[in-house]
Design a protein around this ligand. Structure first.
Ligand code: MSP
Length: 535
């Protein structure tokens, strides 16, 4: 196989490597759910997938948090990382690698990479003066700060004045090459609004940025001068490379980059776009390495229309949400309700209403009532449709025949909300169709063939909708498939590989005739609002 073929059959993607100062918040859950959906979709396409997530453990923010809790930084990180892994499990996240930047192999990768950049003459010592937000781990322009030097993202934290000697990375040298990259590869930064932001930022002129800190122990010593500690972002971005090593491979850049590089997709929130779309490609260019295919910056979540924050006391706890409503519900809400790439809101009332309308009623109920009718009118196996004159045109079939391609295109462009809408439109049409066709009346009139055709068509619509939603709602889709008589679990990697390639199951008419059906059972329990939220 040549390199192009390998690339075409392989797909690698990353979430950010999360800070472990605290347990994961809903923003980290949002990015990770979206990444998991992409990974599942790509696996269903028959690709070999490497889905990377992990933790960013160095730097002042973690060091200070650990000190305040009277733990060593490593103890603190170990505890919080365990919490992340629990949440990912609760949310049904099937990652392939969890990279921790305290992994000893990471030190070797960072050292080798630093050396390449150093040898290229892109690192020099100079004086750094400016306002530093420890929570962002970033120097801020005075014009970007709020009054009293408060950070616009962490509004309860003041940026700190720094005036110290640091090592700098010669970012300014890469201005032209970056502009060229953005022009030649319009998909490198997506969505468009983020691409424009970056292009405008870069066009104002790039300044070198400091990549070392003094008075900080928790991090890697700068290889050329161990009295300095490497800036946490320089080390963190390289975590994406260390993650590519096979468990037993020697930690060299050559090994790490051999199979999966360049990464197909870095999925991030819009606040860390500059690091991924400007600093990171420049660092890679300096080290003589190819840049990733795409950086996608999604929007920010608010709660009931307000920015979330500890001081506001309105932080949405993802553990609590998933424990109360289940993982499919949480996954579905965020991806269906918010257009991916834009900011979006969480409201518990809306959450409950959407899930009840879409999953409990439109999809779940349709399956339940149709299965009951099949058991009553046709026995316990899937009816064999015979095309009757009466039903010469079938709207479900017309919609179903083009749905697989439409939904695949939506997943491909990360338009999750569109994928959900399209799949749901088939279920909604199924409900209307069964009401109009009234198989219960036809049965009484002895129109057995028409009844069988109607019921087959509706069951096939539910199957197709369930399949197309399965990257987002794997548990519900598996339950639906089971009741339709398949022994396929969308959470089992091995069954997913059996399903590949995507076109097979996404084709209208795949439901096998006479397959033995399961017992009808609700696939999604209606949700109730907690008492205090009811009107
Ligand atoms: N450690 C860095 C990333 C290094 S990657 C090499 C970091 N970590 S983080 O824990 O702060 O990342 C948080 C992620 O969650 C980011 O993608 C960020 O955009 C996202 N969100 C944080 N708050 C958010 C919302 N309110 N809404 C949506 N996403 C948000 O940055």
């Amino acid at each position: 196989m040549n390199a192009f073929q390998v690339k075409n059959t392989h797909y690698s993607l990353t979430t950010p490597l999360y800070y472990v100062n605290d347990l994961p918040h809903v923003g980290s859950a949002y990015t990770t759910i979206a990444a998991d959906v992409i990974a599942r979709y790509q696996r269903m396409q028959g690709k070999s997938v490497l889905f990377i997530t992990g933790s960013d453990e160095h730097g002042q923010k973690i060091q200070r948090t650990a000190e305040a809790l009277e733990r060593t930084p490593q103890e603190h990180c170990d505890q919080v990382v365990a919490g992340f892994q629990v949440l990912w499990q609760l949310l049904g996240i099937h990652y392939d690698r969890f990279i921790r930047t305290t992994d000893p192999r990471h030190a070797s990768i960072v050292q080798e990479f630093f050396q390449r950049v150093w040898d290229n003459g892109d690192i020099y010592l100079s004086q750094q003066q400016g306002w530093y937000c420890v929570s962002c781990e970033e120097f801020k322009e005075p014009r970007d700060l709020l009054e009293g030097h408060y950070c616009p993202i962490h509004t309860n934290r003041q940026a700190e004045w720094r005036d110290e000697e640091n090592y700098f990375f010669r970012l300014s040298r890469y201005q032209e090459q970056l502009e060229d990259l953005y022009q030649k590869r319009p998909n490198f930064i997506q969505p468009e609004i983020r691409r424009n932001e970056v292009i405008s930022f870069v066009s104002q002129g790039l300044q070198d940025f400091s990549i070392s800190r003094i008075n900080l122990d928790w991090g890697f010593p700068v290889p050329a001068d161990p009295s300095h500690t490497l800036y946490v972002w320089f080390d963190a971005l390289l975590g994406y490379v260390t993650a590519l090593l096979e468990p037993d491979q020697a930690p060299t850049l050559e090994n790490a980059l051999a199979k999966w590089w360049p990464i197909n997709l870095h999925l991030i929130g819009k606040d860390i776009l500059r690091f991924h779309a400007v600093y990171w490609p420049a660092m890679l260019l300096s080290a003589g390495l190819p840049v990733p295919d795409q950086v996608f910056g999604h929007g920010f979540l608010t709660k009931d229309g307000q920015k979330m924050g500890k001081t506001l006391g309105n932080v949405l706890d993802p553990f609590d949400l998933v424990k109360r409503y289940g993982s499919d519900a949480v996954r579905y809400y965020f991806l269906k309700e918010i257009e991916f790439g834009r900011d979006g809101d969480f409201s518990e009332t809306r959450f409950v209403n959407i899930l009840n309308a879409d999953l409990a009623n439109d999809l779940g109920n349709l399956l339940n009532r149709t299965l009951k009718m099949v058991h009553k009118y046709c026995g316990s196996s899937i009816p064999v449709p015979v095309k009757t004159n009466l039903l010469s045109t079938n709207p479900l079939q017309d919609l179903g025949q083009q749905l697989g391609d439409r939904v695949a295109a939506a997943y491909q462009s990360l338009a999750f909300s569109e994928a959900c809408e399209a799949a749901l439109s088939l279920a909604r049409m199924g409900n209307r169709y069964i009401d109009e066709q009234a198989p219960w009346t036809r049965y009484k009139q002895g129109q057995q063939q028409e009844v069988e055709e109607i019921l087959y068509t509706v069951l096939e619509s539910v199957r197709l909708a369930a399949y197309l939603l399965s990257p987002i709602t794997p548990q519900i889709s598996s339950a639906i498939y089971r009741q339709l008589g398949f022994s396929i679990d969308f959470n089992e990697q091995s069954s997913i590989y059996l399903l590949a390639p995507f076109p097979e199951h996404s084709r209208w008419g795949f439901l096998p005739f006479e397959q033995q059906l399961g017992e009808p059972q609700p696939v999604f329990q209606r949700l109730e609002l907690p008492n205090s939220d009811r009107l």
